[in-house]
Design a protein around this ligand. Sequence first.
Ligand SMILES: Nc1nc2c(ncn2[C@@H]2O[C@H](COP(=O)(O)OP(=O)(O)O)[C@@H](O)[C@H]2O)c(=O)[nH]1
Ligand SMILES: [Mg+2]
Length: 229
Amino acid sequence: MSNRATGGAGKPPLYKIVMLGDSGVGKTSLVARLTNPDRPLNHDISATMGIEFDTQMLDTPHGKVKAQIWDTAGQERFARVLLPTYFRKAKGVILVYDITNAKSFESLAERWMAQLQDHASTDDLAKLLVGNKSDLEASREVSQEKAQQFCQEYGMEMLETSAKSGENVLTSFERLIGIVHDRALTSQKSRGGIAGLGGPSGGTSSATPATVNLDETKGANTDSAACGC
Ligand SMILES: Nc1nc2c(ncn2[C@@H]2O[C@H](COP(=O)(O)OP(=O)(O)O)[C@@H](O)[C@H]2O)c(=O)[nH]1
Ligand SMILES: [Mg+2]
């Protein structure tokens, strides 16, 4: 498609997306697989407290965009006090469960969707359901049918991924960011095409992990996390 809808010579728009789901489902591994595709799965990812984000360029049908991917670093129970910061200006969310862990799937409806509704302007937020650990088919506890039902209920798409093999990892992030970008372009058009999407982005085009610690979250999002959206 020749439509360069991102606005010619300008920098690609930056969109914040957040990872959500129980501890252990593979959120950090999925982000690591996306940003460092050649590195083998790290079975001992050190858990710092707080929030981390990585930035990654991604392709969409309407040009390149930069995704700023936020992930809870460490135990998800700490995320509760950080939720407002976590969701602030987010345009998309990846809801992750582990296909070998029924409890992690139930948590989506019982916990994570409720938190989304409490803390995020949900009209604005594109959602994607991801069932991770598809390489562990023999231990599957959550059927695809069950996950599809959930998707229909909440009006979102789903994919099964493996952070271990890499299956569908890039596709998942591209799918979500594609929806986010489409929505932004649509609202840009309806406002006369002058919306300041993205703007100058923080970080570099390579993956630059950054950590926001508990103490720093009051001012988070103001410097390197400049979303401008
Ligand atoms: N077999 C398999 N293991 C995975 C996969 N994704 C993550 N893991 C493992 O699951 C554990 C938790 O992963 P982690 O990314 O820390 O989960 P998080 O707490 O949601 O960030 C780690 O031991 C990972 O190596 C996957 O797709 N397949
Ligand atoms: Mg993690």
